[in-house]
Every structure is written in structure tokens, then in C-alpha cells.
Design a protein around this ligand. Structure first.
Ligand SMILES: O=P(O)(O)OC[C@H]1O[C@](O)(COP(=O)(O)O)[C@@H](O)[C@@H]1O
Ligand SMILES: [Mg+2]
Ligand SMILES: [Mg+2]
Length: 336
């Protein structure tokens, strides 16, 4: 039973039995993410100081200018997960290909793969706006004892065994699910301990916040334009309030607490939108659905999509159930 101010460590142990494969590995995995997130949090809090600010001078596989914090966070999560002998493979936004973790005995005995967006909202690092980390966990489909393969990563979101995010904002929170609801833990920086502050998080069925980069408005499908107009009309509980941080984790976290809808739709400039299915949309969709919300690409449940590539992008609409239902109606009426 979740208790306010229970530590994350206690919660993980006390809820281990909920997990159908509970052999302690998943607990150790979540614990590793907790540990790495503390190290990243420490660096994020220094953003602005010379040694951690700005570009790392490399371009990642997405053609993005890697920030120093992207690289630091990537190295920290990969090292922490590798050293704890719990994963057989890692895929990251910052690495072209997946990484095979054979284990200290070179026996490929581990059962889990992790997909990660080590630093989400990179464009906000140097302007002191909240950023995040996103993670998704699957059991491998290839036999234990053999090297991990691409198909271990290209699993539909509905097979995730755990997912979550860390938001580095006014406080640092780790929010995750193993398919039994969503719980949020706030870091007490003085003690370095996460405490249960948001038990059993629920996405309000309705809200009055819409989050979309309206700078792309003219390129959106007609249905999405119509929905944005609907949000802005003087009618009933509308107009809604427009809020857009430009960090996926932070925009969805706010909407989950207050009620709202987040959209990064397809556009005439980007037919699949911008966000990556495997380490942005699937894990956030798992969280949103476990909290009672919905997540679609416009007309299909995100977690039912069959991935085909490691870094593929998909249009993404998620949030309060009734708001996503309405957005879907508008989109289906005019999808182009
Ligand atoms: O600036 P845009 O086009 O609105 O894009 C913002 C979106 O891009 C992202 O920054 C992409 O994530 P990364 O920072 O991890 O690459 C999301 O966090 C955010 O929602
Ligand atoms: Mg991201
Ligand atoms: Mg990123």
C-alpha cells in the first residue's frame, strides 16, 4: 500500500510482487535509473556554468546538435545500467545503433532492454527551463544467453514492462509505472532521497490547457487546425489556455496534474511529426494511459503501433481522455 513520504527504495521493494516476472531485476533496474538521475540532476542544476553549457560539438543520428548535457546524461545512464548487470541492451536517442551489453561473464544472461531519451527538451538546457529524461523497458524476445537483437527493441508499446520519466524542474521528480498505476517521487536534494509525493497519479478526464507549437500552425492538417480553433473559441469552458514549454516531459507532466492535451502532429514539413516512437512516445503513452488518459497518433493508439526503425518518428497527441477524444474527431474529419 503506497504511503505518502515512503522512500522510492521502500516503494520498489514493497511493490515488487506486483510485477509478474518479479525476480528483483526490475527493481534493481529502476534503482539504477534512480541513481543515474541523481547524477544528472546534479549537473542540470549547474546548467549555465561554462563546463556544462552549450554544444558538445557533435551531431547525433537525428541531425541534432548534441548538447554537453545530452552527452553527459547519455554516458551516465548507459554506464550505470551496464555496471549493474541487469540489461542485455540499450538504445538511446544519442546513439545511432543499439548497444549490446554482454555482461561481465560475456554470457548475455540479462533479460531486459532499455530505450532512453537521456535528456529531453535539450533546447531548454541553457535557458534555465525544465528538462527531463524518458525511459522505456521491455523483456527481451530473443533467447537469454544470446546477443541482443534489433527485434528486442522494435516491440509495440503495449509490451512495455515499465516506463517513466524524470523531470528536472522547480524540483526533481521521478514518475514511473510497471503497469499498476503511476506514482511520482520527489527528490529531497539535501538528503539525496526520493519520497512518494504523488501516489496513484490520475489524468483528469477533462482540462483547459492545450500544448502545441503554434509556430507550425499553417503546416498542420486541417483537422488539427480546426481543433486548435475549437480550443480558442469563446464557448462553454473555452477558450482553453495555451501552455507550451517545449520540453515534452514537462508539458505532459503539467497536463497530467492540471488536465490538458499535448500535440506534436504531423505537418506538411514533417509527415511523421518530430517525436520518436520508441523512447519518447511509447513510454509517455504508457504513463498517460496508466493514469487514465489517452495517447494516439491522430487516429491510432500509439502503443499498438508496430515499430520498424530505432529512431522512427510518429505524430503524437496525448492527455485528458475527453480532450483527446475530441481532437481525434476533428483529425479524422480532416486528416490532410
Ligand atoms: O521546438 P519544437 O519543434 O516545438 O520541439 C519541441 C519538442 O522537441 C523535443 O525537445 C525533442 O526532444 P529532445 O530534446 O530529446 O530532442 C521535445 O522535448 C519537445 O516537446
Ligand atoms: Mg526528447
Ligand atoms: Mg533528448
Amino acid at each position: 500500500m503506497a504511503r505518502i513520504n515512503q522512500t522510492l527504495g521502500e516503494f520498489i521493494i514493497e511493490n515488487q510482487s506486483e510485477f509478474q516476472y518479479s525476480s528483483g531485476e526490475l527493481s534493481r533496474l529502476i534503482n539504477s535509473i534512480r541513481l543515474a538521475a541523481k547524477a544528472v540532476n546534479h549537473e542540470v542544476n549547474k546548467a549555465g556554468l561554462v563546463d556544462i553549457t552549450g554544444s558538445a560539438g557533435e551531431i547525433n543520428t537525428q541531425g541534432e546538435d548534441q548538447q554537453k548535457l545530452d552527452v553527459f546524461a547519455n554516458d551516465t545512464f548507459i554506464r550505470t545500467l551496464t555496471n549493474r548487470e541487469i540489461v542485455c541492451g540499450i538504445a538511446s536517442e544519442e546513439n545511432d545503433d543499439f548497444i549490446t551489453i554482454q555482461g561481465s561473464n560475456n554470457d548475455h544472461k540479462n533479460k531486459y532492454v532499455v530505450l532512453i531519451d537521456p535528456l529531453d527538451g535539450s533546447s531548454n538546457i541553457d535557458v534555465n527551463v525544465s528538462v527531463g529524461t524518458i525511459f522505456s523497458v521491455y523483456r527481451r524476445v530473443t533467447p537469454v544467453g544470446t546477443p541482443v537483437q534489433l527485434k528486442d527493441f522494435l516491440q509495440p508499446g503495449n509490451l512495455q514492462v515499465a516506463a517513466g520519466y524524470i523531470v528536472y524542474g522547480t524540483s526533481t521528480m521521478l514518475v514511473y509505472t510497471t503497469g499498476h498505476g503511476v506514482n511520482g517521487f520527489t527528490l529531497n536534494p539535501a538528503l539525496g532521497t526520493y519520497y512518494l509525493s504523488h501516489p496513484n497519479m490520475q489524468f483528469p478526464e477533462d482540462g483547459n490547457i492545450y500544448s502545441v507549437n503554434e509556430g507550425n500552425y499553417i503546416h498542420f492538417p486541417k483537422g488539427i487546425k480546426n481543433y486548435i480553433k475549437y480550443c480558442q473559441e469563446e464557448e462553454g469552458d473555452r477558450p482553453y489556455t495555451s501552455r507550451y514549454i517545449g520540453s515534452l516531459v514537462s508539458d505532459i507532466h503539467r497536463n497530467m496534474i492540471k488536465g490538458g492535451i499535448y500535440m506534436y502532429p504531423k505537418s506538411s514539413k514533417a509527415n511523421n511529426g518530430k517525436l520518436r516512437l520508441l523512447y519518447e512516445c511509447n513510454p509517455m503513452a504508457f504513463i498517460v494511459e496508466q493514469a487514465g488518459g489517452r495517447a494516439i497518433n491522430g487516429d491510432t493508439r500509439i502503443m499498438d503501433l508496430q515499430p520498424t526503425e530505432l529512431h522512427q518518428r510518429v505524430p503524437f497527441i496525448c492527455g485528458s481522455k475527453n480532450m483527446v477524444d475530441t481532437a481525434e474527431e476533428f483529425y479524422r474529419a480532416d486528416p490532410d
